[in-house]
Design a binder for this molecule. Structure first.
Ligand code: 9MG
Length: 278
């Protein structure tokens, strides 16, 4: 396997085909699913459906990271995600990632059966790397400046691609220095996180610039506001735009795509994969 992502109990091949991470929000205010997945049974059904539709990973989040959203307490987050993770890890057999910035939540989620921490703050919580290391878990290091509550107020960069790249390089070294094996890590430029539409489009255009970090590259354009801005559409009308962005970035080297619409995305990326491997 030329590029692989080592997780507890399994290794994901990141070059055989594009991996699809399905988004399972368990927040009442989730911006793009209207909180549909907050009920436990509905959440499990959603996860099973995503597995049937071809998801490779399920990403469970109990705190919205949409721009302007209010933080929730760690206890509340744990209460939302743990019952869902316990059920879906067994019922789907897929690797489950916990979308959290809090070490306490990550620890509870890993105990419940998650094997990846998807941290949009890339290990800012001082205990996060230790929790990941002790569990031998996989980790996504994502670029963001500031907090979701305020991050879109006035993001400024001299060179967004270089700054995101250098931030990720620094966080990789910090994670490795904290004892996490490099093979456990994936990186993500954080589309829409502390970025204007122009910043996100530039980062997408330069997807290949992140490949020299030597790790699986995850991207998450799904239903985001920059797609709405390009198309002039509301959140429920961004599927085609999301697929356009996904296909472009996969063609430019992205290995894992984080999306709400798994079935449609799997079909789209299979075609890109076939073209790339022809
Ligand atoms: C939680 N979350 C929302 N958007 C995301 C993105 O683009 N990447 C990752 N890793 N997580 C995200």
């Amino acid at each position: 396997m030329a590029l692989a992502w080592s997780l507890p109990g399994r290794t994901l091949d990141c070059q055989e085909r594009t991996l699809v991470m399905g988004v399972l929000n368990v927040t009442p205010d989730s911006f793009s699913d209207g909180g549909r997945f907050f009920d436990l049974d509905v959440a499990v059904k959603g996860a099973v459906r995503m597995a049937e539709d071809g998801a490779d990973i399920l990403d469970v989040g109990g705190e919205s990271t949409r721009p302007g959203s209010d933080p929730v307490s760690a206890d509340e987050e744990v209460e939302r995600v743990v019952p869902v993770i316990e059920r879906i890890a067994g019922e789907t057999g897929l690797p489950v990632s916990i979308d959290t910035r809090k070490a306490q939540v990550a620890e509870a989620a890993l105990d419940a059966g998650a094997t990846i921490v998807n941290d949009v703050a890339a290990g800012r919580d001082p205990q996060m790397f230790e929790v990941v290391r002790e569990a031998g878990a996989g980790m996504v290091l994502m670029h963001m400046k500031g907090e979701p509550k305020t991050m879109q107020e006035a993001p400024v960069y001299d060179d967004v691609v270089r700054e995101v790249h250098d931030f990720l390089a620094e966080r990789i070294e910090a994670a490795v220095a904290a004892g996490i094996d490099r093979s456990r890590l994936a990186v993500d430029p954080g589309l829409g996180f502390a970025k204007t539409t122009a910043h996100s489009l530039t980062v997408m255009k330069e997807t290949a610039a992140f490949l020299n970090l030597g790790l699986p590259l995850l991207v998450g354009p799904s239903r985001k506001s920059f797609i709405g801005e390009v198309l002039g559409t509301e959140v429920g009308e961004r599927l085609e735009g999301t697929l356009g962005a996904v296909c472009f970035m996969v063609a430019r080297g992205a290995h894992i795509v984080r999306v709400h619409d798994v079935r449609e995305t799997v079909r789209a990326v299979r075609v890109v994969d076939a073209i790339l491997r022809a």
